[in-house]
Design a protein around this ligand. Structure first.
Ligand code: PRP
Ligand code: 7HP
Length: 175
């Protein structure tokens, strides 16, 4: 995989430092609220969620959800469907969606709508990466690790056709 990486965009050290900062902010914001339910969006969030969850200093519970985007040939339609749901009810719980990346925003928009209908006590979102210039829907991301440009990135959970997910850094793929 390494030979296909054009350049490292965010190093392992930079990711570690930023995840630490995000965990500190989240821990402070949720400190008097009881346990936060972290919902990791599979597959891309699995490494970010693992690191973030371990750095929080507040009570937390880990859940996962899986969604898929409908595709027409090479293009995504923007429609999203649920593949795997969380196990437990989130009613009256403090919920934080954990994403690796917000690109068009359709996935997060769908999840916020769907989870809000289940009447959580609060619902917020956290994404390691956001490509603001690619946004197609207006969606609030409460905690953002890094704003990045419109380039395809892999590593730290993110893939290109299932490749590159376990790289320890975020790299730009050579095209
Ligand atoms: C990626 C990523 C987000 C979504 C963001 O998932 O993990 O969930 O795309 O894109 P959007 O903002 O344009 O909706 P993907 O569908 O590639 O699946 P994966 O996480 O299993 O790789
Ligand atoms: C999804 C996604 N997955 C990996 N790398 C990117 O740049 C991406 N944008 N949207």
């Amino acid at each position: 995989m390494d030979e296909k990486i054009d350049r490292i965009l965010i190093s392992e050290d930079e990711i570690r430092d930023r995840v630490e900062q995000l965990a500190a902010s989240i821990s402070q914001d949720y400190q008097d609220r009881g346990p936060v339910v972290l919902i990791g969006v599979l597959k891309g969030s699995f490494i970010f969620l693992a690191d973030l969850a371990r750095r929080l200093t507040i009570p937390r519970v880990v859940e996962f959800i899986a969604v898929s985007s409908y595709e027409h040939g090479d293009t995504r339609s923007g429609a999203v469907r649920l593949i795997m749901d969380v196990r437990d009810s989130i009613e009256d719980k403090h919920v934080l969606i954990v994403e690796d990346i917000v690109d068009s925003g359709h996935t997060l928009h769908y999840l916020l709508d769907m989870l809000q209908s289940r009447r959580p006590a609060s619902l917020k979102s956290c994404a390691l990466l956001r490509k603001a210039e690619r946004a197609e829907v207006d969606v609030t991301v409460d905690y953002v690790g890094f704003e990045i440009a419109d380039e395809w990135v892999v590593g730290y959970g993110l893939d290109y056709s299932e490749r590159g997910r376990t790289l320890p850094y975020i790299g730009v793929i050579a095209t």
